[in-house]
Ligand binder design. Sequence first.
Ligand code: SAH
Ligand code: SF4
Length: 362
Amino acid sequence: MLIYDLNLPALETLMREWNEPAYRAKQIWQGLYQKLYSSPEQFSNLPAPLRAKIAEHCTFVPFHVKTYLDSSDQSTRKTLFQLPDGNLIESVLMRYGDPADDPQMATSDTNRRGAKNRRTLCISTQAGCAMGCVFCATGQLGFKRNLTSGEIVAQVMYYAQMLKEQAETVSNVVFMGMGEPFHNYENVMAAIDILNDGEGYKFGARRLTISTVGLVPQIRRFADEQRQVNLAISLHAADDDERLAIMPVNKRYKIDDVIDACKYYIEKTHRRVTFEWALINGVNDTPEVAQKLARRLKGLLCHVNAIPLNPTQGYDGEATDRQRAQAFKETLEQAGIPCTIRMRRGIDINAGCGQLAGAESQ
Ligand code: SAH
Ligand code: SF4
């Protein structure tokens, strides 16, 4: 069994089954999530027979590193992991606030302060994805399977252990790698509960962001659960026909339904929603589209996160250039909708969602 699949109560049950005292569970828990041990031998506070039993029954590393790539400016590392069943998933670490950072970041005082030494980790929740967004490399792969909670947690621990060697820590985690987190709801929430645990890794919910294609029932469920995790919705179009052309999910959930669910979420949590927008040249980046979007979002506690499209093999759309992106942002802001243009990170290493796994499987 994968040790990261066990939450603390499950670990306590296991210790009972093994006739070990209950406090052993907490010792293991703290070893895993506070000391960031990555193998049974490191648990020097446990008796040798118990260490041996853990080694016999538990896996600590659920994947092997198939490839990793660093961007030319060293700010971004992308790792492609292979799971035992052959499936590939990927995670990306982005370092912000380094001298090597984007020049725009480095020249803005606010950005520099806000972004100082941030280590943001982008992790996968599924191998592949069933949602089929046409511009997305993961969507082009199709669905392989859900990741277990432990496979999700293990991606964070992999990077946390690596950063620890450099006396650094993970500062933010975004569920924006491969897969649709709300299509694997239970396992994603179980992973979040493990990462949050006050006696373990203690990773605050506000440092986590879930990005969803807009599965309405799950947005409402998430609102009811009143979690402090940030929510981002991938919208990408302001008109149902236009959205359907690039996102098949719009057949099931129309833009109005998604926005109603967001209103419900805001009412319940008083938290701001982020709308993700991949800027595709000539498709969804015109001033008219920006105005239509502004009308839809008016009065909503939200902001728009726009990022020029990362080109993928299976889709011939192109990225919007800097000037058009700026005009899109200004149109939105004049209509009262806050908007940031995110820089494309790791473009030279195909750090866009699913791109590395996509390339490997071809
Ligand atoms: N399935 C979730 C989370 C993973 S995708 C979702 O769709 O929200 C993370 C983000 O990357 C989403 O906003 C998605 O729309 C965006 N994305 C996917 N492919 C992209 C591409 N080629 N260029 C830019 N953004 C992309
Ligand atoms: Fe799946 Fe998100 Fe890619 Fe759409 S954008 S195919 S939901 S991973």
